[in-house]
Design a binder for this molecule. Structure first.
Ligand SMILES: *Cc1c(COP(=O)(O)O)cnc(C)c1O
Length: 380
């Protein structure tokens, strides 16, 4: 980046590819531009040669990829004269909505499930001054309710059914292609409402499109908002692979799930809002859906933290848990490049992290002897 250049967020960076005007007031917290980290240690333990990158979306301003969508959704809400936004959330959407509303100087209403929300996410919504409405129900109940409220109240709905959300989120695919010089062979993501997997497919499709006619054709997802054609800059698009938590896997059941349950609270969703689009993404990309057990998800979260120094939240680790299994089973082919999206930051959910840590901190007197011994005993 040029000396003296300040990164001011993904709308500025990809202005020509997003539905904004020259005089649009942009609401940004510098989201996007997240690191694509090449895994060094985990692949060494695999018997098959595969290059794995993780796109660490947990390093966005509020700690999840939701910021990419929220900068667009709130920017457009302001442009359209809205004074308030509303969302249902398993936590991260509410954190992002609260922060961007604060930045814009408007009101945020967030509807969250009673319990089963990671503590960090609740803290964020409260600190940013959102009105938090905790319902005696799950995310799907909340979603149904906010859709209804938004249809007859002057508040803008900022869940991923808002098409501007996906427009913002597609930029993650742009960043990946720019860094790799091509699209990966496989792109693995955790799937809840399936907005993000759809958004990435939009982004990849735009980069591969030869002309803007091509884009409109390729992109029946964007409700007319896509306008960029990469001029066929990249020749390939990845297989899109979506992993769900086994207790919350409507795409595996082929039907909505009424009482979803998983430790990965961010994907504890039984009625995905982007159901039809995600099936289409799977078909067009030659990808697939699969499910991971909670213990597999937590093991992948720990592995990533322990072997690579990357701390993501449980839901995020579903992408790596599934990818590692599919690499071992040969479903992901030898010699390929895989990107796993790590959707959120591990600091969001300290309770789950501590609960699964088998080694508790050693308690010793505050004396040199004791501390020295504790270190020497554990040197390998
Ligand atoms: C929102 C979220 C997801 C799910 O994304 P969808 O677009 O709903 O499929 C996954 N992981 C984390 C951490 C999230 O916040």
């Amino acid at each position: 980046m040029a000396f003296g250049h300040r990164y001011t967020g993904l709308i500025e960076r990809y202005r020509d590819r997003l539905p904004v005007h020259d005089d649009t007031r942009i609401i940004s917290l510098g989201e996007g531009n997240t690191p694509l980290i090449r895994l060094n240690n985990i692949p060494r333990e695999l018997t098959r040669e595969v290059e794995i990158y993780v796109k660490f979306e947990g390093l966005n301003p509020t700690g999840s990829f939701k910021d990419r969508g929220m900068t667009m959704a709130v920017t457009k809400a302001i442009e359209e004269g809205s004074r308030a936004i509303v969302c249902a959330s398993t936590g991260n959407t509410s954190a992002a909505a609260a922060a961007y509303a604060a930045r814009a100087g408007i009101t945020a209403f967030v509807v969250i499930p009673d319990g089963k929300i990671a503590l960090g996410k609740l803290a964020q919504a409260m600190m940013h001054g959102a009105t938090v409405i905790q319902i005696e129900g799950n995310f799907d109940d909340g979603m149904r309710l906010v859709k209804e409220v938004a249809s007859n109240t002057p508040v803008t709905l900022v869940n991923s059914v808002n098409p501007y959300r996906l427009q913002g989120q597609k930029t993650a695919a742009f960043e990946i292609v720019e860094e790799l010089g091509r699209a990966p062979d496989y792109h693995c993501l955790p799937v809840g409402n399936a907005g993000n997997i759809t958004a990435h497919w939009i982004g990849y499709s735009e980069m591969a499109a030869k002309s803007s006619d091509d884009v409109t054709e390729a992109c029946s997802y964007c409700k007319g908002h896509c306008k960029y054609a990469g001029g066929g800059m990249v020749g390939n698009r990845p297989h899109m692979v979506g992993y769900q938590a086994a207790g919350s896997a409507p795409f595996m059941r082929g039907a909505m799930v009424d009482n979803p349950d998983t430790v990965a609270t961010a994907i504890r969703i039984g009625h995905p809002q982007s159901w039809d689009m995600a099936w289409k993404v799977r078909e067009e990309s030659g990808g697939w859906f699969d499910e991971c057990q909670d213990d597999e998800i937590l093991a992948a979260q720990k592995l990533l933290a322990e072997k690579e120094g990357v701390f993501c939240e449980p839901a995020s680790a579903a992408s790596l848990a599934g990818a590692l299994r599919d690499i071992r089973e040969g479903k992901i082919q030898e010699g390929s490049t895989v990107v796993c999206t790590l959707t959120g930051n591990g600091l969001k959910d300290p309770d789950t992290a501590i609960a699964q840590s088998v080694i508790q901190p050693a308690k010793v007197p505050a004396e040199l002897d004791a501390v020295s011994r504790a270190i020497r005993d554990n040197l390998v």
